[in-house]
Ligand binder design. Structure first.
Ligand code: PMP
Length: 455
């Protein structure tokens, strides 16, 4: 342990730390976690735990450490900003906030106005509120509903969780915010419409037309979707899907909100995930990779012509929403530096290259009897595990757990799709930092193969 860490841990050994953890810590997701990994240090794509074991972080934390760990430049950017101006609310303005809003707008390739918050969930809540108010101000106050997809995850707050299409995450917390509906995902491996891509009519996109009309288009405010469903099982849509949804939204006067919380900031092999499909969203939400996870920050970018209708002086049309910490100056300064480094070091291109290489190399497990489907989107890989390839019966949960545990034993952290539908918790996820080296990539593939070989 280095000396700074000694100070933080007050000289406590692992057992003592664990005892305090059990007494005082309420863990996310799994409250009862008697033996959590206690991480202490990190560099590049690697994390070290309190015992000195090293792990390649094949999930970039929670899909967020895009640039990789241990970048001094990011720490310096935050440190310098904390010394000069640690806090100022965005009811007024500050320089790093202005620079970041401009940069996000530039990366989106169009004029967007950017509202800062703290988390992906909050960014989505802001999008919902802006969409509803926009319709009010356009003389259509009856438009309040949002349509999303089953299996999607959009956050943990009462609106963002309502938009989430994963029953198990919601059941004990209902009633959630009203007005959220779900359609089937564009899931070609298990097409909800019983079709095969290539000979289908893109029913998964067309269904938005039907649902919006059945609900009454004059009651629908927006559609929210990720460019690719990530946490819900890496469900990559066909290339025509997003353009088709865009067309339907335009026709029916519905706003298209794209959730870039995971897919943004290079993860998809483009600056933003939707740029792979040539569509222009009305609202874009982002978090995680905006600071590469180094500090909390999120943003909701709103197309300028939509934002303009909140800007009429002398009217009561402003957006009545404030949060204390959103757009903290140090977080913004760090985010600007993060984006500059991603540009200067060509890391979007690097993520794309790594994604292509991973797609190619991971084929070593393609014929394993428990591998049903492998899906990739940029530097995101999902391996859908099955018991039986012919009938695509999802793998027993223990088998999925075993691959994860065997990987961890060998020094690789990989993930799994969250609670979707009971029995469908069967997609392994891999999304390493862009700092992953060629040797690191070989390591990932070798360990995943070894882990599958233990089944
Ligand atoms: N949207 C998506 C697509 C996400 O993956 C997440 C978090 N995993 C969120 C929203 C919510 O972000 P946060 O956890 O920062 O609230």
């Amino acid at each position: 342990m280095n000396s700074q860490l000694q100070t933080f841990s007050q000289g406590l050994n692992k057992e003592e730390l664990l005892e305090k953890d059990r007494s005082y810590m309420w863990h996310h997701m799994s409250q009862y976690n008697p033996n959590p990994m206690i991480a202490t240090e990190s560099k590049g794509a690697w994390i070290t735990d309190v015992d000195g074991n090293r792990y390649l972080d094949g999930m970039s934390g929670l899909w967020c450490v895009n640039i990789g760990y241990g970048r001094q430049e990011l720490a310096d950017a935050a440190y310098e900003q904390l010394k000069s101006l640690a806090y100022f609310p965005l009811t007024q303005s500050h320089v790093p906030g202005i620079r970041l809003a401009e940069k996000v707008s530039e990366w989106l390739g169009d004029e967007y106005r950017v509202f800062f918050s703290n988390s992906g969930s909050e960014a989505n809540e802001v999008a919902f509120k802006i969409a509803r108010q926009y319709h009010h101000q356009k003389g259509q106050p009856g438009r309040f509903k949002f349509i999303s997809r089953h299996r999607a995850y959009h956050g943990n707050t009462m609106g963002a969780l309502a938009a989430t299409g994963q029953a198990v995450r919601k059941q004990k917390y209902e009633p959630l915010a009203p007005g959220f509906l779900h359609t089937a995902p564009p899931y070609c491996y298990r097409c909800p419409f019983g079709k095969t891509y290539g000979s289908c009519n893109l029913e998964c996109a067309q269904v938005f037309d039907e649902v919006i009309n059945w609900e009454g288009a004059e009651t629908v405010a927006g559609v929210i979707m990720e460019p690719t469903i990530t946490g819900g099982g890496v469900i990559v849509p066909p290339p025509e899907y997003l353009p088709k949804v865009r067309e339907i939204c335009d026709k029916l006067g519905v706003l298209l909100i794209i959730d870039e919380v995971i897919c943004g900031f290079g993860r998809s092999g483009r600056k933003f995930g939707h740029q792979n499909f040539g569509v222009k969203p009305d609202i874009v939400t982002m978090a995680k990779g905006i600071t590469s996870g180094y500090l909390p920050l999120s943003a909701t970018a709103v197309r300028a012509d939509i934002a303009d209708c909140f800007n009429e002086p002398g009217t009561n049309r402003h957006f009545r929403h404030v949060n204390t910490f959103g757009g903290n100056p140090a977080a913004c300064a760090l985010a600007v530096k993060n984006m500059e480094l991603i540009e200067e070091e060509g890391l979007v291109e690097r993520a794309e290259q790594l994604g292509v290489a991973l797609r190619e190399k991971i084929r070593v497990i393609e014929n394993h009897p428990n591998v049903g489907d492998i899906r990739t989107f940029g530097l995101i890989c999902g391996i859908e595990m099955v018991e039986n390839r012919d009938i695509k019966q999802p793998a027993e949960p223990d088998k999925v757990t075993k691959v994860i545990a065997e990987s961890k034993k060998r020094g690789l952290i990989i993930g799994r799709n969250g609670d979707t539908v009971p029995g469908f918790n069967n997609v392994l996820t891999i999304a390493p930092p862009f700092a992953t080296t060629d040797e690191d990539l070989e390591f990932i593939v070798r360990i995943v193969k070894e882990a599958f070989d233990t089944l």
